[in-house]
Design a protein around this ligand. Structure first.
Ligand code: KG4
Ligand code: ZN
Length: 335
């Protein structure tokens, strides 16, 4: 079965053709980064307008890169994301499925990020999923492609958001994650001893928080400078990155200990972070998976790949399929 996937939940307009949930026949990603750069963040209305302009040509290019290949179904991200952006991909997908008389399926962007590794390797279930992106930070028990139990989440900022905000404050450009990762390479990760949130006690011991770390890095950095250390930007980036990522690794260790599951799968834009990848790979006794860099950030191959399993199960969306900005179970309001 060949699924045509469409992704437009944020600032990437993407179309892919994937066979049997596994083989990527073509994958085209049109990034809007250059357009949003002057604003240091995604401007939702601009994103929607750029999707409207791009979606047909991205579709055409994805078809051209897989000559002679027809599709059996259309899959589209319909949640969570920027509603204006989602609606563009969703409407295009509906028109395509309607005209071709092929089934349509709506895909959850979060579950698709956690599926991305499956496009490159066989990852067994159950596993512990670490979904780290600009909008979400989730630590989850993943029992199947569509069966995810949230064990921990952020109570405030997502980890990618913290990277983006710190980068914005220090003028490192947008998006911030890659910029900080690059700057950190020449820095001393122990120059600043930034605080990590605890939240280890209580009803949600695997939850994380990034607002305190963000405030420390932006407003109080002098307080955390190790005596004698140099307060350079490289050192600041390396120390912030270490604090942000070590927190996730500490929570993962606690989850692995509690569940006895040591197969860990990362996904989402922050899974591209070099220090995160090194830290996960260094864990003794863990089986660690993360997608190649192009499959960490937003793409349509993960959408089409995930949808294959949904279609095989018999799922079909109605023509009334709508966009949803949030998926409530992926956010937790702290009591
Ligand atoms: O998954 P994604 O492309 O979009 C969302 O669904 O949010 O993730 C984007 C996020 C941004 O916050 C970006 O700064 C972050 O991923 N990111 C990184 C790196 N590359 C991208 N964060 C840390 N290190 C990186 N190398
Ligand atoms: Zn994403």
């Amino acid at each position: 079965m060949i699924v045509l996937g469409i992704e437009s939940s944020c600032d990437e307009c993407a179309v892919a053709l994937v066979q049997d949930g596994k083989t990527v026949l073509s994958s085209v990603i049109d990034s809007q980064i250059e357009h949003h750069k002057p604003y240091n963040g995604v401007v939702p209305e601009l994103a929607s307008r750029l999707h409207v302009e791009a979606v047909a040509s991205v579709y055409r290019e994805a078809r051209e890169r897989a000559p002679g290949v027809d599709f059996d179904a259309v899959a589209v991200t319909n949640r969570p994301g920027l509603v204006g952006s989602l609606l563009v991909g969703l409407s295009f997908a509906k028109a395509l499925a309607f005209a071709a008389q092929k089934p349509l399926v709506g895909v959850d962007h979060i579950l698709a990020h956690l599926y991305a590794s499956q496009l490159e390797t066989e990852v067994g279930y159950p596993h512990i999923g670490l979904l780290v992106s600009g909008g979400h930070t989730l630590l989850a028990l993943v029992r199947g492609f569509d069966d995810m139990e949230v064990l921990g989440t952020t109570i405030d900022d997502a980890v990618g958001e913290a990277f983006d905000k710190v980068a914005k404050y220090y003028g490192l450009g947008y998006p911030g994650g890659k910029a900080i990762d690059d700057r950190a390479k020449g820095g001393d990760p122990d120059a600043f001893r930034f605080p990590q949130s605890r939240l280890d006690k209580g009803s949600h011991p695997f939850d994380v928080s990034y607002s305190g770390l963000k405030t420390a890095v932006i407003n109080q950095k002098e307080r955390f400078l190790r005596p004698g250390a140099v307060p350079s930007l490289e050192n600041l980036c390396a120390s912030f990155q270490k604090a942000a990522i070590d927190l996730l690794v500490r929570k993962l260790k606690a989850i692995v200990k509690e569940t006895g599951i040591s197969r860990v799968v990362a996904g989402g834009g922050v899974a591209a972070n070099s220090y995160l990848r090194e830290s996960l790979s260094a864990q003794q006794g863990w089986e660690v998976f993360y997608p190649s860099l192009a499959l960490c950030t937003d793409n349509a191959a993960m959408i089409a790949g995930w949808a294959y399993h949904s279609l095989v199960r018999g799922d079909r969306a109605g023509w009334d399929l709508n966009a949803e900005s949030r998926v409530p179970r992926f956010k937790r309001k702290y009591p």
